[in-house]
Design a protein around this ligand. Structure first.
Ligand code: NAG
Ligand code: NAG
Ligand code: NAG
Length: 308
């Protein structure tokens, strides 16, 4: 028989342990109990386009956001998109060129993401990065994920490409602690020693970008085989641009003044409904927006996710 005081100590230790480790199986996933049993591919996530490109300065014409990364995540952004360029031998997130808008080193950005992930163990997050300079996933990108401490949290599919119907549930990703999905738009196809950096277009298709038509006509713009279109998940590039110099190919910029309409429920649902016939009659997995702090995107996502 253990003395009574020892039982008390054991009970206290058990309670302390339970508080430090997330419950398994997870009972809340991305904020909702009903998401735990849903496939990763069957949830609509709101994304921040050029998420690093934030500024409060209305004259910063190359910005696409007003609020910083921790604030975007706090609002509920669960896909972060960003474009990388080399600057003095350090990988930075920049818009078109680092002289136009420099969002700083990718490592600093990923450290902020890691802080969020540590504080929010029941959240699945997607990172969608573009690689216009064709830099190596293994020798340039992976070391930065390693240094930020994110590699161990990434989801590595058993085989590629993953069909829409074959993604794991949010609950199983959270239970396994592999709750970060990383896509790169180029150089990740074929044999790739950085196995967590997934080739975007073999599994995700996108609508066209640099749209200036507020009705957002839907079409499949960027996609790779061999999976059929409807076996991909898809992203709607739902940001409206203004052509401020309508001569030649023009100069287009994002437009915060239209953001409350563009990021409103009606505009997002109309775009999603227009795309559904191309996407196996499913909602988009990702709705990519400028100025994510403006509008009602999270309400639109609830509707697309069938949340009353
Ligand atoms: C904008 O998109 C709508 C819907 O597809 C289409 O009917 C209209 O012709 C487009 N407008 C322009 C200027 O392309
Ligand atoms: C999830 O599945 C439901 C039921 O089939 C469907 O209505 C919805 O559009 C799907 N959403 C996504 C993002 O696949
Ligand atoms: C205008 C716009 O939103 N374009 C973006 C569409 O999405 C891809 C993300 O992969 C970006 O590269 C584009 O900048």
């Amino acid at each position: 028989m253990l003395p009574r005081y020892l039982w008390g100590l054991i009970a206290a230790a058990t309670v302390a342990l339970a508080a430090a480790t997330p419950t398994k199986p997870a009972t809340v996933c991305n904020g909702r109990a009903e998401f735990c049993s849903r496939l990763y591919s069957n949830v609509t996530y709101i994304g921040g386009h050029n998420s690093f490109g934030f500024s409060q300065d209305p004259f910063a014409l190359a910005r696409d956001q007003e609020v910083d990364i921790p604030t975007q995540l706090k609002l509920g952004i669960r896909l972060l998109q960003a474009q990388a360029h080399m600057s003095d031998n350090v990988l930075h997130f920049c818009h078109t060129s680092c002289s136009l808008f420099d969002g700083g080193p990718v490592l600093d950005y990923l450290k902020l993401v890691k802080t969020f992930l540590d504080a929010n163990p029941n959240e699945v997050l997607t990172l969608l990065f573009t690689n216009p300079e064709g830099l190596s996933p293994a020798t340039v990108w992976k070391p930065i994920f390693d240094a930020a401490g994110i590699t161990d949290l990434t989801y590595v599919p058993p085989s590629l490409p993953v069909k829409q119907s074959e993604w794991p549930t949010l609950g199983s990703m959270i239970d396994a602690g592999t709750r970060v999905v990383v896509f790169l738009d180029s150089e990740a196809d074929g044999p790739n020693p950085a196995n967590f950096i997934l080739p975007e277009f073999s599994m995700v298709w996108e609508t066209p970008f640099s749209v200036t038509n507020a009705s957002f006509p839907c079409s499949v713009d960027r996609i790779h085989g061999p999976l059929a279109t409807e076996d991909h998940i898809y992203l709607i590039n739902h940001s409206l641009n203004k052509n401020i110099i309508p001569i030649g190919s023009g100069v287009i910029i994002s437009d915060p003044l239209d953001a409350s309409t563009t990021n409103g429920v009606a505009s997002i649902l109309a775009n999603a409904n227009g795309c559904a016939p191309l996407g196996g009659n499913r909602a988009p997995s990702f709705v990519l927006l400028d100025y994510v702090n403006i509008g009602a995107a999270f309400k639109a996502a609830d509707i697309l996710n069938g949340i009353p």
